[in-house]
Ligand binder design. Structure first.
Ligand code: KIV
Length: 257
């Protein structure tokens, strides 16, 4: 088993697992030292390309961004999202997962869903492809943005799905927008780590979209804490640059040949 995956598994019930998304080399270089896992998420569809849904993200787009991210990742486990309609059956999933791994040199892939993808995950794992699961809010198939766990049916199926994914061989499961007591129930009843996003601090680890946490992506949802306001920093720098270009103090002799 991949050494980095073993490390992630060993953290269950011991230390929290730190995960973030990255879409490019300049970002992955900065965050690598602080992360256990870096995900090239298909959230890039909405964050970078303004798509209404991640369904529009292509395999090629994921591969190109992942190649860039790879250049900055030295120590973290690097996982790539399989986009919508690239894993409708085992054969298709295997072909596309192999393509992602061979072209991007990532460590594994992430797929959304539970029971529906059980056989597909099994096939990938059988072929030695590390898989991360994703339950709760599923941006590739859910129509509305709503946290999970309010309905009894959701509470009943989530543990079943999580256990099935575990049985199929995933090394961890992202829980997106899951009510705290349900996240706790799932986390306590499976032996692999859960990684929460909007799923409380009960989960074994946390993930956020980097662009959200630094305030680059102007999103306002409850689970996103803005740890800095990078838009203000950029505005300040660019306004200074514009001023100096106009008053000819940039470039000075120091920045000229
Ligand atoms: O696409 C993504 O960035 C994700 C994370 C939010 C978990 O799936």
């Amino acid at each position: 088993m991949n050494k980095r995956i073993k490390k992630i598994l060993a953290k269950k019930n011991k230390t929290k697992i730190v995960c973030l998304t990255a879409y490019s080399k300049n970002v992955s270089m900065i965050i690598d030292n602080f992360c256990d896992l870096i995900l090239v998420g298909d959230s890039l569809g909405s964050v970078l390309y303004n798509y209404k849904s991640t369904k529009k993200v292509s395999l090629n787009t994921m591969i190109e961004h992942s190649k860039s991210v790879r250049m900055g990742v030295k120590k973290s486990l690097m996982i790539v999202d399989m986009p919508y309609n690239t894993y409708r059956n085992s054969k298709e999933a295997l072909k596309n997962a192999k393509k992602i791994i061979s072209q991007t040199k990532c460590d594994g892939v992430k797929l959304e869903g539970g029971k529906k993808i059980f056989k597909i995950v099994k096939a990938l794992v059988k072929n030695k492809i590390p898989v991360m699961g994703h339950l709760g809010l599923l941006p590739q198939s859910d129509k509305n943005f709503r946290f999970k766990g309010q309905k009894k049916s959701e509470r009943d199926t989530m543990l079943i799905d999580a256990k099935l994914l575990e049985k199929a061989g995933v090394f961890s499961i992202v829980l997106e927008c899951v009510e705290t007591s349900l996240a706790k129930f799932v986390t306590k009843n499976i032996n692999i780590p859960t990684i929460g996003i909007g799923a409380s601090n009960i989960c074994d680890g946390q993930i956020l979209v980097l662009d959200d946490l630094i305030g680059l992506n102007p999103i306002n949802v409850r689970f996103v804490k803005k740890f800095t306001n990078i838009r203000m920093e950029i505005k300040r720098a660019v306004s200074n640059y514009a001023k100096q270009v106009k008053n000819k103090t940039f470039p000075s002799k120091k920045h000229s040949y």
